[in-house]
Design a protein around this ligand. Sequence first.
Ligand SMILES: Cc1ncc(C[n+]2csc(CCOP(=O)(O)OP(=O)(O)O)c2C)c(N)n1
Ligand SMILES: [Mg+2]
Length: 893
Amino acid sequence: MAVSPVVRPENLDELEEIWEWIESFDAVVEHGKPGLASRILQELRSRALSSGVQVPFTANTPYVNTIHVSQQAPLPGDQEIERKIKSLVRWNALAMVVRANREEHNIGGHISTYGSVATLFEVGFDHFFRARTAEFEGDTVYFQGHAAPGVYSRAFLEGRLTETNLENFRRELRKGGGLSSYPHPWLMPDFWEFPSVSMGLSPIMAIYQARFNRYLEDRGLKPKTDAKVWAFLGDGETDEPETLGAITLASRERLDNLIFVINCNLQRLDGPVRGNGSIVQELEAAFRGAGWNVIKVLWGSDWDPLFEQDTEGLLAKRLGEMVDGEYQKLIVESGAYIRQHVFGVDPRLLQMVENIPDDRLHALRQGGHDPRKVYAAYKAAVEHHGSPTVILARTIKGYGLGEAGEGRNVTHQQKKVDEDTLRHFGERFGLPFTEDQIAQIPFYRPPEDSSEMKYLRECRTRLGGYVPQRKVRAKPLPPATPELFDEFLTGSEGRDVSTTMAFVGMLRKMLRDPELGKLVVPIVPDEARTFGMESLFRLVGIYSSQGQLYEPVDMNTLLYYKEAKDGQILEEGITEAGSISSFIAAGTAYATHGINTIPFFIFYSMFGLQRVNDLIWAAADTRARGFMLGGTAGRTTLAGEGLQHQDGNSHVLALPIPTLQAYDPAFAYEIAVIVEDGIDRMYRKGEAKFYYITVMNEPYAMPPMPEGCREGILKGMYRYKAAVNGKSKLHAQLFGSGSILREALKAQEILAEKYGVAADVWSVTSYKALYTDGIETERWNMLHPAEKPHVPYVTECLANAPGVLVAATDYLKALPHMVAQWMPRRLASLGTDGFGRSESRASLRDFFEVDAKFITLATLHELLREGKIQASVVQKAIKELEIDVAKPDPFTS
Ligand SMILES: Cc1ncc(C[n+]2csc(CCOP(=O)(O)OP(=O)(O)O)c2C)c(N)n1
Ligand SMILES: [Mg+2]
């Protein structure tokens, strides 16, 4: 099918020459070996470049299907039955949403997304998505979140969900069990594997999942397989930076186990994705430019004869001229309009469609609604080697809703349909209902011996079982090596070390452990040196699918930058979003792969919860396990770095995530106890938790672990150092956390020596744990009024603790205040509310008023409030402590 060059009378000679070239090329295409034509083009291109001839760059191909009909793999199976099954899935999905909203106005749900994606899912279910079995790891599928009703509907046909489940869509608390609005493994742990409804998260998670699968293979933790990761995305979703932000990693790593399917219905929630442009062409250029294999599935089979006639490329050109806003309009317009608007621009185009009546012209299908085109694209994608594939499939939003919804801007939020629309839907998809029945919107599953049900079961049996399905596959870890953490309990014998260094020591020890070692997955976004982890480069290597193709510049040093194919560290580069995606892949491998990998993701604490908290929320939803380490933590402990870096927020940001255990430890032994217990809870007891531990870079001597504090460390607080002057009349309880604990210890001395106050010092390792315990206890008491009330752990700790209460933290004052309600008396809280700034630790602690002198002052002030001392004592102390009362307020300055 040669395309004639543009004819201009003045260059007829040129034209002749061009034609000769084209004819030769056509001969190669027709008679040459497969691939030869492409090779010639490549050679010509480099020849042209080396001869200084400009080759026009375009990352786009014409607005036609990438797979030519002559190269299209035929769709196996029974198309008619598949169409019937799909119609039933469509119907039950529609019924689920419409019925839910009839019963409970405003319960919500989406019809239109699934309307557009149905064929893309169903071809996958019938032919591609392989389930996880004992023999095969299975494919991993991220379903477009707003299309969840379609996935439920299919599971209903498969007999995996009941009619009651469907009736209770979006009514999860109802009797008999409901269905969550979107994919949430937390809410449906036997069904959904991955949350995908916060737009942009599933594409980045899918990329890192595909890479993690390779990592497991390259490290020998699982066999090499041809399992695929499929991610179904909306075209509007591609505007999220996370969607496209990591696509070069996928091509760089040659992840041909990864397939994106983008449902290009050209619409998002409010209107067109690119009314004035073409989202398909834009995405094609982006993905091709990034090195992906791009397959466009734009036109259905009924367009094939038209393209066959298009020997001059006029149709392809015309289709490429129209913007998406026009394409959207074609959906709601008549065949006559299409004839005039699309084909009417050129008599030759009009001639092409002169024998096609208007109604057929209107019914010409989009590629993404044609199972034959979709099958061919999927087959090409799974057989493609060397790079990831993206399939850009044109669809119609609200497909099946006819005039009520197809292609309309309001369709995204449509959840109610009138009887006419139902009837139209029923007729269009050939559903077996009478008019009366259809008004009731019944759920329908054909009899078990029907050809549809037999076919559906056969397909899924062939593919190993049902998808999606979530199962915990890993066995609990064996008991821990008893002495693994012992060395960290005895202190540093006066040597100054930071908690970061102590943690890295533990990590090294764990990596060497015969049991745990291979399961540990250190993840770091280009901060390993900041955290003193470079010694691990050499010890276990940095993972690189290519090994190391160069001699590292520091080869002659002990700690050289060692990349290796079986390297263990995931050095992600500067991407917290990518790193947390790796964390999620590694932290869910116990279910996805049946392997207890234990991720330790260490990052700059300010760029963790603050930057990627939505992904951390998703990690919680996926029931991910593992440890997140917030390094260089503490607003005043990270000296010099200033406003953007100094983190006094993350422990507050950790509060809303129910399964996240957040700790702010001060000493090495506290970390050791927390990590050891964490591994035990997550990987031996199978608790659905993960950990956030802040570690600091301030060096100081690590004390040995005092007797009997293990439980307190884990529960959130323990008395670290009782007052030595306990007989004094004035008493206080000081609460410190992380590196600020040492300020409390200094204040304890000042208070004893100068002001005769006997102060006990508590290490508060987790305000979150104390808060959680407090609210749980309150709730129990409220629900059990006749029983002996339970006592919150904080209250229990402070039952016999005399004196005023003062807390100091490197985080917001709100953190200690959260638990003040369970303390026996009022609490004064010192914290670092406000913007950080570049300064030394001592100056910062003075500025934020969290150092020993301010703890002393706050204690004396509380004693004054209690009437235990005179104001003059406090005033004198202000002078003695050299506190500037006119200093700026750190919160507002
Ligand atoms: C991060 C985020 N922002 C906003 C939304 C709300 N939202 C849900 S669906 C949607 C439009 C989706 O459009 P598209 O990705 O094109 O999917 P379609 O339904 O058209 O297939 C929006 C904005 C969301 N779910 N997540
Ligand atoms: Mg869309």
